[in-house]
Design a protein around this ligand. Structure first.
Ligand code: PLP
Length: 388
């Protein structure tokens, strides 16, 4: 098996060669500490400043609002813990039932430290009702933390509406924009979101670098104390990673680099829905990321499908996670009201700009073949043709 068709771009992305080239000097000859006063250090500091303006430009933020972090998870933890620490009398946090584990695990931990967590539900399409958010906000709400784009289904939350509600009720808002940034435009000059998290490895930059956009209009308490990043995030900066994130942000700002992603996803999805009976998209079809397709295949188990697809060189993800030998259906699909069986029969395909239309077509044929094979092994689960 030589060929690899990588359709798991929501898990991580391939490093763009231009991003790689931009970071190499900062791993070789330009090894200075950005806090050092001599020229080698000042050049590193200047490189970080350039990256800060590239990231700020991608999301229309101010440069001094961009903090570089180690990953999206760190950004999320910093934003939520800052809000909790700033107002220790407020012991209520609002989030949703379909968040990434970075938010879920932190909120579960905070629940053991005296916080009450409201987990907002979603409907069968994965959509959030802004009125439910409005009704959930209380006098003692310390922070609202919600996704922009769901990593499993790609479904989008209405961030403009969410921001209007939290601003009118004077509650700090954090948006986990890790999956959205770099795939869709975000204009923070037009929408009032005090904290926004993003992550380099979702936009063709290496792993190990992220950013938190922290508005200067709200108070801030660092998670990592130290003098770097204006005292807002201690630790000697990962200069090469930050330069890479800046380069990746600049490339992502150009809309033409994304133009073919949606048509590849649509071609793939249409081919599957037409050729595989008993296949259905999970999540609002018209309100999701342009690259993501989460499909339930009646009568199969995604773990087995992943193995067979892997043998054919196709990388994607399952709507379930295998921990300690048992398979847990995805909390996102379960929150949307999917049965355990449907969640366990779902696969996520996520495209990126390094895929080709030929791969999209070939992938649909491979997936159709694997589903048919799995069903033939379990004849009682065979699905009537035309039931798609
Ligand atoms: N939030 C979302 C929606 C994600 O998809 C991910 C990563 O998969 C994260 C947060 C965590 O980002 P990182 O892997 O950079 O910690």
């Amino acid at each position: 098996m030589d060929r690899l068709i990588y359709l798991d771009n929501n898990a991580t992305t391939r490093v763009d060669p231009a991003v790689f080239d931009a970071m190499v000097p900062w791993l070789r000859e330009e090894y200075g500490n950005p806090s050092s006063a001599y020229a080698l250090g000042r050049r590193a500091e200047a490189a970080i400043s350039k990256a800060r303006s590239q990231v700020a430009s991608l999301v229309h933020a101010k440069e001094d609002e961009v903090l570089f972090t180690g990953c999206g998870t760190e950004s999320i933890n910093t934003a939520i813990l800052t809000c909790a620490a700033l107002d220790p009398d407020r012991k209520h946090i609002i989030t949703s039932a379909v968040e990434h584990s970075a938010t879920i695990k932190l909120c579960e931990y905070l629940a053991t430290r005296g916080y009450e967590i409201t987990w907002l539900p979603v409907n069968s399409q994965g959509l959030l009702d802004p009125d439910a958010l409005s009704a959930a906000i209380r006098e003692d709400t310390a922070v609202v933390s919600l996704l922009w784009a769901n990593n499993e289904t790609g479904v989008l939350f209405p961030v403009e509406k969410i921001a209007e509600i939290t601003a009118s009720k004077k509650v700090p808002l954090h948006i986990d924009a890790v999956q959205g940034v770099g795939k869709l435009p975000l204009d923070l000059s037009q929408v009032n979101i005090p904290f926004v998290s993003l992550s380099g490895h979702k936009l063709h930059c290496p792993k190990g670098v992220g950013a938190l956009i922290a508005s200067k209009r709200v108070r801030f308490l660092p998670l990592m104390r130290g003098s770097q990043e204006d005292g807002r995030r201690g630790g000697t900066q990962n200069v090469a990673g930050i330069v890479a994130l800046g380069a990746a942000a600049e490339i992502a700002e150009n809309p033409t680099v994304h133009s073919s992603v949606q048509s590849m996803r649509n071609t793939f999805e249409k081919a599957i829905l037409e050729s595989v009976p008993g296949s259905q998209v999970n999540g609002a079809p018209d309100n999701r990321l342009p690259n993501t397709s989460n499909i339930a295949f009646e009568g199969i188990e995604s773990e087995g499908a992943l193995m067979l697809l892997g043998e054919k060189g196709l990388c994607c993800s399952a709507g379930s996670a295998c921990t300690s030998g048992s398979v847990h259906p995805s909390h996102v699909l379960r929150a949307m009201g999917c049965s355990n069986d449907r969640a366990r029969s779902s696969l996520r395909f996520s495209f990126g700009r390094f895929n080709t239309m030929e791969e999209a077509q070939e992938a649909s044929t491979i997936v159709a073949g694997v589903v048919e094979k799995l069903r033939s092994l379990r004849p009682e689960k065979r699905v009537a043709a035309g039931a798609a």
